[in-house]
Design a protein around this ligand. Structure first.
Ligand code: NAD
Length: 703
């Protein structure tokens, strides 16, 4: 396929990049560019060269599909293309419109001139993948914009509107209008006025007090970079642009880039980037599956979840019919929604008019008939099968045929719920996370009978709401909560062995979890698990579901909402304070169970909790509940506070080595009292580790 068109207009060769959707600089386009440059230079009828993008995009940079493949570095690589442009004997002019990012911007900066129009999006976003611009970006941008402005763009990876840069030396001409016309006029001027070959590398870059400035920058950036090495490497690269000749600066940039490329943090971020793109593809649902149009949505229940779901929908501009059983519940729900917007009003991210516009999208109702014409319904009523039955039977009789019927259940069997209707193919799970208007994760639960186009429609809706959707099959807890149950049990084991909640939380927070499991328990409310265990005990009287947190609940310690749980809280504060009363309760509980406490190391804490997650993740993968290991990673990263720089539990397992994980699990499983269902290495884990493979390298994975 031809990725570039070549045309000569009045002595100007116009090279149009044509690699939709963003003219990414894949190997075919790179080859075509080099060939076109040679052709233009060899043609005596050509006096100057314009590089422009098709489809009102200049270039989004590297081709992500080439990541991690030999194509990414195949000859000619981007640096070669850039040298060819800079060394062209005839002036090269970049016509920059629309997206001009990463390698695209580096390419433009190697041209002898750049012309631009308003509405462009300029960025060097490599830092977001734990990298730095590795094709001269850190050396050329400071020469064009000055050190400070360039460093800000490189370290933040932020997108800057082209009009903000219109008056800077980044652009030799900048005006509103027809970009191809502007570029041709400018090219003719270059020829006519013999403006020559202006190279950014030749621009002088001086900075008084450079040393002090870079020290200040390093100090500031260190405090926000956390565990990521890339932001500081960006400073080093820009410092080299100031302190060294151009080619030596380029060399330094390359060294830093290579180091970052090999860092586990960048590997994790690149994995996540790919994982997010892979998640929307469903293995047996073609990407061109017709989508059912969703113009209005019904939400049933205006409680915690229904309110947040409604906000997600109206934030995306979708009208919502919000149904409750009683007027006071409806009023309360609406008041909560209004209150939840106060933060955005205070921060100025939303104004009163915007809020009014959103709230006007809600049609409150107490009557199921109000849902007759909606295109999709999301049920978020009490977690009780009888209540769900009543709701779905009613919906089946009221809502128009062809509408999608979704449930937000976290623990009930979706296939059972689907049977309450005569249209199980339209039923799907949309498992939002709390607070639903904030959390990006959405588990899209595929029932045994869910139609493919219903699934595709739910995936599209999630995108409309700005969510990261991951498909899960039906099982107890779906992907996330099924793994969480193992993690919670592992944490509970540790306090039985002799650790304190504070020690377990601290070790896992040092590992990078946003919050340790006991703090999370206090935040969510310990009474939820208590009620669940009571239900389970009634269902399975011969099994022991008891837990030391039952004793906390019996003492009225439900967590933050009662001022005490695993920790103590002073009124108005969420800071956990270790509580000797809890220590006494745990000690008493151990005594009753005949446990002699022992020392538990941080390493054991992390190993047990994280490996428990990994082992259950492997089972979930093997059972076909998750489509690919990277989907499991996304669930844990976006719903459960797993650290991004570790890439998710399955990626972390891959990095650690599956044989290491499998061996540790075997060791734990062999210890007296270990639950074999939890600790025996999953068959998939054993198999892959024996074959020397990884989870993310196996079928259906993005990398
Ligand atoms: P909630 O108690 O805050 O809200 C439930 C609401 O449903 C109440 O306002 C109630 O009046 C209303 N309701 C009950 N029966 C109804 C009916 N027949 N018709 C209309 N409205 C009815 O509960 P929640 O925390 O919002 O949970 C709702 C669902 O979401 C449950 O299935 C739960 O498992 C699931 N869920 C909850 C969370 C969470 O963190 N709270 C997370 C994910 C999923």
């Amino acid at each position: 396929m031809n990725k570039l068109s070549f045309e000569i207009k009045d002595g100007i060769a116009v090279l149009e990049l044509d690699n939709p959707p963003v003219n990414s600089l894949g190997i075919e386009l790179r080859e075509a560019l080099v060939a076109a440059l040679e052709r233009a230079n060899a043609d005596p009828g050509v006096e100057a060269i314009v590089i422009i993008g098709s489809g009102s995009v200049f270039s989004g940079g590297a081709d992500i599909r080439e990541f991690g493949t030999p194509k990414a570095v195949a000859h000619p690589n981007l640096r070669t293309v850039i040298s060819e442009i800079e060394d062209s004997g005839k002036p090269v002019i970049a016509a920059v419109g629309g997206v001009c990012m990463g390698g695209g911007l580096e390419l433009a900066m190697a041209c002898h001139y750049r012309v631009g129009v308003p509405g462009g999006k300029i960025a060097l976003p490599e830092v977001k993948l734990g990298l730095l611009p590795g094709a001269g970006g850190t050396q050329r941008l400071p020469r064009l914009l000055g050190v400070e402005a360039a460093l800000n763009i490189i370290v933040s990876g932020a997108t800057v509107a082209s009009e903000k840069l219109g008056g800077t030396p980044l652009f030799d001409a900048f005006a509103a209008g027809d970009l191809p016309g502007i570029a041709l006029t400018f090219a003719r001027r270059v020829v006519k006025e013999k403006m020559g070959l202006k190279k950014v590398r030749d621009l002088k870059l001086g900075m008084p007090n450079a040393e002090a400035y870079f020290q200040f920058a390093r100090n500031t950036i260190k405090s926000v970079a956390g565990p990521y090495p890339a932001p500081l490497a960006c400073v080093d690269a820009v410092a080299a642009a100031v302190g060294k000749p151009f080619d030596a600066g380029l060399k330094r940039e390359r060294e830093l880039f290579t180091t970052l490329m090999l860092s586990p943090e960048s590997a994790a971020l690149r994995h996540i980037f790919q994982a997010e793109r892979a998640a929307s593809h469903i293995l047996d649902v073609p990407d061109d599956t017709p989508i059912r149009p969703i113009a209005t949505v019904g939400v049933i229940g205006a409680g915690t979840m229904g309110g947040g779901i409604t906000m997600s929908l109206i934030n995306a501009g979708l009208p919502v019919v919000l149904l409750e059983t009683k007027q006071d519940a409806l009023d309360r729900g609406l008041a909560n929604i209004r209150r939840n917007y106060q933060g955005a009003l205070r921060k100025g991210t939303l104004n009163e008019a915007g809020l009014a516009q959103r709230l006007a999208l809600i049609t409150p109702t107490l009557d199921f008939a109000g849902l007759r014409d909606v295109d999709l319904v999301i049920e978020a009523v009490f977690e009780n099968m009888d209540v769900k039955r009543q709701v779905f039977e009613t919906l089946d009789g009221v809502v128009r045929q062809g509408a999608v019927l979704a449930s937000n259940t976290s623990a009930l069997n979706l296939d059972e719920i689907a049977k309450f209707t005569r249209r199980p193919q339209e039923v799907i799970g949309l498992h939002f996370f709390s607070p639903a208007n904030v959390m990006r994760l959405l588990e899209v639960v595929r029932g045994a009978k869910t139609a493919k186009d219903v699934l595709a429609t739910a995936m599209r809706l999630s995108k409309t709401m700005g969510k990261i959707a991951v498909v899960s099959g039906v099982c107890d807890g779906f992907i996330g909560n099924r793994m969480l149950a193992r993690y919670g049990a592992a944490a509970h084991d540790l306090i039985m062995f002799g650790a304190l909640p504070l020690e377990v939380d601290a070790a896992l927070q040092d590992f990078g979890m946003a919050m340790g499991p006991f703090r999370v328990g206090d935040l969510a409310g310990l009474d939820i698990g208590w009620a669940l265990r009571k239900r389970r005990s009634a269902e399975f009287p011969d099994r022991d579901f008891s837990n030391v947190s039952d004793v906390l609940c019996e003492a009225g310690r439900f967590g933050q909402k009662t001022g005490a749980g695993w920790y103590r809280y002073v009124q108005g504060s969420r800071d956990p304070i270790p509580d000797p009363e809890v220590t006494a309760i745990i000690e008493e509980y151990r005594r009753k169970k005949g446990i002699t406490p022992r020392k538990v190391s941080s390493q054991e804490i992390v190993e047990r909790c994280v490996y428990a997650l990994i082992n259950e993740g492997a089972r979930i993968l093997e059972d076909g509940i998750a489509q690919r290991a990277s989907d499991i990673d996304l669930v844990y990263l976006n719903g459960y506070g797993f650290p991004a720089y570790r890439g998710g539990p399955m990626f972390y397992a891959d990095q650690t080595g599956l044989h290491v994980v499998a061996r540790a699990l075997q060791r734990i499983a062999a210890q007296p009292g270990s639950d074999p269902a939890a600790w025996t290495p999953a068959p998939l884990l054993t198999r892959l580790s024996k074959q020397g493979q990884t989870f993310n390298g196996s079928k259906g994975s993005p990398t």
